[in-house]
Write a protein that binds this ligand. Structure first.
Ligand SMILES: O=C(O)CCC(=O)C(=O)O
Ligand SMILES: [Fe+2]
Length: 310
C-alpha cells in the first residue's frame, strides 16, 4: 500500500469577497498555489443555503427503496456507491441534477423551490468569482466581451453545469469519494460541519480542508480552467475520507461551458516564453474523455501539446 501523509499545517485561504481588489490578488495566488480557496461575504443568503440543505437532508433520510426510484443517475438522478460508469465505488450516495430544472419528477414543490433559489444564487456567485479571476489575470477591461470571457460560458443557456448532492453516512476511515480532479471550470462546494474533504498537494500528501467557517463556500479550479489559464491555475486532486461519528453532506455546483464551446488558452496567457500547453478542444470532447475513464485517471495529459514533452 502507498504511504500517505496528512499535513494539517497547510490552510486553505479564506478570502473576503467584499474587498474586490484584495480578493482578486488572493484568489489568483490561491489558484496558482493550491487550486482551492474559501470565500466569505459571498452574497448567498444563509436562508437560501439552509432551505436546500434541509430539503437534501430530508431526501437522503428517505428509505433506500424510495431513493432508488429516483435513479439511476444517467445523466440525472439518484446514485448509491457506484460513481460513474467505469466501476468506481465509494461510501457515498448522491443526487445529480440539471441546474436549469434542479429537481426530479418525484421531488416536492418545496425541494424544487429551494433548489431553484440555490442554483440561481450559486451561479451568480460563480460568475462573480470568474470575473474577479479574469480581472486579476489580465487586468480590468471595460469591454464586457473580454471581462466576462469565463462567466459568459456559465451564463449561456446551454451551459452544461451540474448540481450534485453528496451524502456520506458515518464509516470507519473509509474513502467516501476517491481521488480525482473536477473536469469542469469551477466548483462551488458547501458542506455541513463534518470534516472529510482532503486535497493532494503532492503525490500521497493530503491536506484536510476544514468545514469552517460555516458560512464559507469552498471553491476549486477545474481542469477546463487549468487549460484556459495555460496551466497557471491548478486543478488539484481531492477526495473525501468518511468519519466514523458524523455523516457528511455536501452540495457541489460544477460550473461548466456548453458542450459545443471551444476550450483553449485565454487571449494573452500564451506567450513566446510560455507557449500554449494544451491543444483546443470542445467541452463535449473533454467530457467524453473524462467520463469514459476511471475517476482517478488523468485526462489533461491527453490534450497536452507534444512540444511540451521535448
Ligand atoms: O463531498 C465533497 O466534499 C467533495 C465531493 C467532490 O469532490 C465531488 O463531488 O466532485
Ligand atoms: Fe470533486
Amino acid at each position: 500500500m502507498k504511504m500517505e501523509k496528512i499535513r494539517d499545517d497547510i490552510e486553505v485561504p479564506i478570502i473576503d469577497l467584499s474587498n474586490r481588489s484584495e480578493a482578486s490578488k488572493q484568489i489568483i495566488k490561491a489558484c496558482e498555489e493550491l487550486g482551492f480557496f474559501k470565500v466569505i461575504n459571498h452574497g448567498v443568503p444563509q436562508e437560501i443555503i439552509s432551505q436546500i440543505e434541509e430539503e437534501a437532508r430530508a431526501f437522503f433520510s428517505k428509505p433506500g427503496s424510495e431513493k432508488m426510484r429516483a435513479g439511476p443517475p444517467n445523466p440525472y438522478g439518484y446514485g448509491c456507491k457506484n460513481i460513474g460508469l467505469k466501476g468506481d465505488v465509494g461510501e457515498v450516495e448522491y443526487l445529480l441534477l440539471h441546474p436549469n430544472s434542479p429537481f426530479l419528477s418525484t421531488h416536492s414543490d418545496h425541494f424544487r423551490c429551494a433548489a431553484m433559489g440555490y442554483v440561481e444564487a450559486v451561479k451568480k456567485l460563480a460568475c462573480e468569482i470568474l470575473d474577479v479571476m479574469v480581472e486579476g489575470l489580465v487586468g480590468p477591461d471595460p469591454n464586457p466581451k473580454r471581462s466576462s470571457v469565463l462567466s459568459r460560458l456559465i451564463r449561456d443557456s446551454e451551459s452544461d453545469s451540474i448540481l450534485r448532492f453528496n451524502h456520506y453516512p458515518p464509516s470507519d476511515g473509509r474513502i467516501g469519494f476517491g481521488e480525482h480532479t473536477d473536469p469542469q471550470i469551477l466548483t462551488l462546494l458547501r458542506s455541513n460541519g463534518a470534516q472529510g474533504l482532503q486535497i493532494s498537494v503532492e503525490d500521497g500528501v493530503w491536506v484536510p480542508v476544514s468545514p469552517h467557517p460555516h458560512s464559507a463556500f469552498c471553491v476549486n479550479v477545474g481542469d477546463v480552467l487549468q487549460v484556459m489559464t495555460n496551466g497557471r491555475f491548478m486543478s488539484v486532486r481531492h477526495r473525501v475520507a468518511v468519519q466514523s461519528y458524523k455523516s457528511r453532506m455536501s452540495m457541489a455546483y460544477f460550473a461548466a461551458p456548453p458542450l459545443h464551446a471551444t476550450i483553449g488558452c485565454l487571449p494573452g496567457l500564451a506567450t513566446a516564453e510560455k507557449p500554449a500547453l494544451f491543444r483546443s478542444f470542445s467541452w463535449g470532447e473533454y467530457k467524453e474523455a473524462a467520463f469514459t475513464r476511471r475517476l482517478g485517471d488523468s485526462r489533461l495529459n491527453l490534450f497536452t501539446l507534444l512540444s511540451q514533452d521535448n
